[in-house]
Design a protein around this ligand. Sequence first.
Ligand SMILES: NC(=O)c1ccc[n+]([C@@H]2O[C@H](COP(=O)([O-])OP(=O)(O)OC[C@H]3O[C@@H](n4cnc5c(N)ncnc54)[C@H](O)[C@@H]3O)[C@@H](O)[C@H]2O)c1
Length: 387
Amino acid sequence: MSSTTSTRQPLWLRCEKKEFERRAALTPTTARKLIDAGFDITVERDPQRIFDDEEYEKVGCKLVDNNTWPSAPTEIPIIGLKELPVSTDPLPHTHIQFAHCYKNQAGWAAVLTRFARGKGTLYDLEFLQDEHGRRVAAFGFHAGFAGAAAAALALADRKTNSTSGPLKGLKLEPYNNEHAMVADVKEKLSKVRNADGSPFKPKALVIGALGRCGRGAVDLFRKIGLEEDDILKWDLAETAKGGPFEEILQVDMFINCIYLSSSIPPFITLDTIRAAGPNRRLSVIADVSCDTTNPFNPIPVYNVMTTFDAPTVEVDVGEGNPPLSVISIDHLPTLLPREASEQFSGDLLPSLYQLPERKTARVWVEAEELFKKKLADAVAYEAQGGK
Ligand SMILES: NC(=O)c1ccc[n+]([C@@H]2O[C@H](COP(=O)([O-])OP(=O)(O)OC[C@H]3O[C@@H](n4cnc5c(N)ncnc54)[C@H](O)[C@@H]3O)[C@@H](O)[C@H]2O)c1
């Protein structure tokens, strides 16, 4: 769409209402690019967003009050990241967001029937796909990056503060930028010493290392100064022999980043952990994949999700054995809201440029077809009394 076109494409960036969510679907950088391409961008003021309102104003966005999108003209598409607060209000707009309602998640039909009642449309960000069926934008890289950082912080905490029992002091908070995260992790790890006073050199194993999350985890380990030989990178080829894997017990940190699509043998079990006895090196597992409740979870040694306030859960390692902590946080990119938003929004841009042609552009047409199918399922489900 050219900026000389008389009708400019409007797009409204709404606030996020999910607790701790500081990321944004549009950043000042991508908003500016859209404006240059012929868009009019309206941005709701939002104190929880990592980007200041003024940053959007400076690049030419029109600022409006927080949470005012319900009264926006219905022809303006509304873009946001996470779910809308639970409500039964009809949704007459076009919404672009993660709605988490296509896989029969709790409350899925109630979310979709709001669109049916309002005659609105949902383009779910998780289902905007390229011609090869891959997502056009995803947060994986920064999930892996942050998961590896959290593991390194837990390791440093374990080695410097407490030798046994739960890691009580560790809390995670979003960092202003990647530089601050890397500096913090490096500083905390630098305090760890071996028994002879020499610097401690951690070793890590990343499984799923060729994927988005895995590449992010490897990048963090490189940036905090791990030696290349101390970052073991495994993907399908290395796990083809089938777990459990002794190698996991012989590193300090294990970062699981696989995309689980079928039943596979476990990577590690309580038996292998206990059998390793008191000399086990493994101290922290960051389960970035977080298939915690999946029956095929390849890390069946814990069963709860953890949080920024209490990031670790202890594995029942058996009497006399060294502690083992697991991190299983399902919104890790929130730890790096600025970079995660920039990367996601940048990856989304080519599709957003096609928004004015959304009735014919493949990426939008396919997303709308999927929405219509899911909408019909939800309407039928509610008509049968939610069964
Ligand atoms: N915790 C979070 O905050 C968070 C955020 C984003 C994504 N995720 C999750 O992380 C997982 C990975 O996402 P992604 O975007 O990196 O996926 P991806 O498809 O980009 O990468 C997955 C990688 O895992 C590898 N893999 C699959 N099965 C394997 C096996 N059995 N052994 C070894 N390697 C295997 C694949 O070859 C691929 O390289 C997904 O489950 C996703 O939902 C978690």
